[in-house]
Design a protein around this ligand. Sequence first.
Ligand code: ADQ
Length: 473
Amino acid sequence: MRQSSLVVVANRLPLDDNAAPDGACEWRRNPGGLASALHAILAPTPATWVGWAGGVGRAPALPDVGSLRLRPVSLTEDDLRGYYEGFANSTLWPLYHDAVQQPVFQRDWWETYRTVNQRFADAAAEVAEEGAAVWVQDYHLQLVPRMLRDLRPDLLIGFFMHVPFPPPELFMQLPRRVELLRGMLGADLVGFQREQAAHNFAQLARKLLGAEATDQTVAIDGRTVRTGAFPISIDVAEMRALVTRPDVVSQAKQLRHDLGQPKRVLLSVDRLDYTKGIEHRLTAYSELLRDGYVKVRDTVMVQVAVPSRERVESYQELRDRIEGEVGRINGEYGRVGEPAIHYLNQPFGRAQLAALYQTADVMVVTPLRDGMNLVAKEFVAAREDGSGALVLSEFAGSAAELEQAFLVNPHDVDGLKETLLRAMQADRADLAARMAAMRRHLAGHDILVWARAYLSALDDTGHLATLTGVAPG
Ligand code: ADQ
């Protein structure tokens, strides 16, 4: 068994589902955001990624991707239901997003979640060399840090939560709250998107475990676990390279032509998820059409909603509701050849997404709650000419950084309508000043800065830096 000095453990492997039979495979740009986030740093580092390859049953052996080794973890149909669709995505996901959808507490899911977490921990323990750093990702694998510490006390263990970490009032609802908290506390460093999450975590450690905790450290079992905010970002250079490519520029022009050369294009790009606020947005837009503030010939809205978690009932219901509403709005306000909303329920390549971002005049990112939201950052990075407006929910982690966006509370539909109008009518100089400030921020806070900040905080002794060559910032 080949071992690595840096191991990433995440639910999914960063692969296409259908790697070519000759073994050639590309980085998977899956709609989940995590793979796109880690792509930039791992490519040049000799590391192993432990994760599920997709599909059920025995996982195939996978070839390396450049210097990255892939260690697949297999899941059965029952594992998928109990661990992935059940505990992770029907209990934790809604609860961590302000319970905007009622979390489901089904007792038999827990055992599967625990067993699958153990399988990931065992796989990580197997591929990590002596003293290696293991970086565990997200709410699917909250028990892994402790399991790994029990197996391999020599390891440096990091955990990063991509989604919000909720306040005690919500977390306390979880039947397995103590085990989940203890699981995370197996790490040396627990990272979050926002300071508030580290604060919530400290409060819970005090309340549930009687630990001594501040917003920076939790003392437990004679160890000190460090915590902190590490807001994730995107590969800014990649997006900038994409939008200057001649084929992408002409694709963007073609898109605008195909949309009927309207005065304004509003764009939203989301995973089809109830946390993304798609329904609130549609309500606001349809009322603007009804009240005559927006005319179909002048303005078009493009809603890209990439299919997600399609076997989970609440996602099927959401899709039906959204498609019903888009149909109603187009039926009522569209004309022949001129729909009010262009709805696309399909995945896009990176170049296509870049062209879409270039086509938009107003980017509408209005989740009800979101750990970060990379789409907002991708849009800003794509605006090489400094034009365009970003309407951004206060409840997205990115709002703390992109302060010059048109910030909005998406629950307040009247406020949302008013903000959409302000963004549509803003003058160019105002928009340019806002965009310039956001682009400056992003230029200094890209994915590499994020990864270096996290890894150098994890590796405060500098041990890992010598092993991997991932130099701290
Ligand atoms: P997500 O909830 O998936 O991520 P987000 O951060 O917006 O949300 O990332 C989505 C990614 O998927 C983006 O990179 C986007 O370009 C891509 N994408 C969207 N629609 C697509 C389409 N139709 N085709 C192809 N790609 C598409 C979770 C958390 C977020 C957190 C990220 C990273 O919920 O809050 O920002 O992880 O930590």
